[in-house]
Write a protein that binds this ligand. Structure first.
Ligand code: SAM
Length: 218
């Protein structure tokens, strides 16, 4: 039973694969609100180099690509990478989008490659979020912005998502995790009953190594 359940979770969300997943993540209707919230929090600029981790079928990547100079994305599901490349075919062909298969714990880009990074509906699957944060901090340029859109820890959400075994964090825990990983200007806000949006920056060159004030709102 446990292995049937874990295969179901893997194939539908944690490492999507199969016909249903390819179709669903091509246009994940239930994620549109999170995409809009992420876009608003990220406030993309024309000169941004943007990185998305856990891009799924690349729908958000397609939304943000025309708003920035270039985009890159990584996902550990080979099938999602294929869907995302197909969905962003023109931008990939023009050299404006790069989509790679791999683990967010080991990002295949040099230091200081991106001005901003976002991820949606994937943080709760990370076994070592601190490793991912270290990698994001490494590949972001000084002053680079980070947005994480996930589900926050609450008794209600733990009940609803119990079967999925998601790793959920309170706003305070999230703020601490980001602060411990060397990010600054951290804000963690609740959205509706479930949502949690984290915004933070890699310290600018002059303040690297110092922590600025962190804020966690209920
Ligand atoms: C629930 S889906 C969300 C996809 C997309 N971000 C969205 O909101 O529609 C989670 C995605 O994160 C990817 N993922 C999970 N853990 C990952 C990891 N450690 N490294 C890379 N990708 C990961 C999965 O393969 C999957 O495509």
């Amino acid at each position: 039973m446990t292995s049937i359940l874990s295969r179901f979770i893997d194939s539908t969300a944690k490492r999507p694969q199969g016909k249903w997943a390819r179709q669903y993540y091509g246009e994940p209707k239930s994620h549109m609100k999170a995409f809009a919230q992420t876009m608003e929090a990220l406030a993309p600029r024309p000169d941004d180099a943007h990185l998305e981790i856990g891009c799924g079928g690349g729908y958000f990547l397609g939304m943000i690509q025309p708003k920035v100079a270039r985009v890159a994305a990584i996902d550990h599901s080979p099938e999602m990478v294929e869907v995302a490349r197909r969905a962003n075919h023109d931008a990939v062909a023009a050299g404006l989008a790069e989509i790679v298969q791999g683990d967010a714990e080991r990002l295949p880009w040099p230091d200081d490659s991106f001005t901003c990074s976002a991820n949606t509906s994937m943080w709760f699957f990370l076994e070592h979020p601190e490793r991912v944060l270290a990698e994001l901090r490494r590949v972001l340029k000084p002053g680079g912005r980070l947005v994480i859109t996930t589900i926050r820890r609450s008794w209600f959400n733990r009940l609803v998502w119990a079967l999925y075994g998601l790793r959920l964090y309170s706003n305070r825990q999230m703020a601490r995790m980001l602060g411990d990983s060397g990010f600054c200007e951290i804000e963690v806000v609740s959205k509706g009953l479930m949502g949690q949006i984290v915004t933070a920056r890699k310290p600018a060159a002059s303040v690297q190594g110092q922590d600025k004030a962190n804020h966690a709102r209920p």
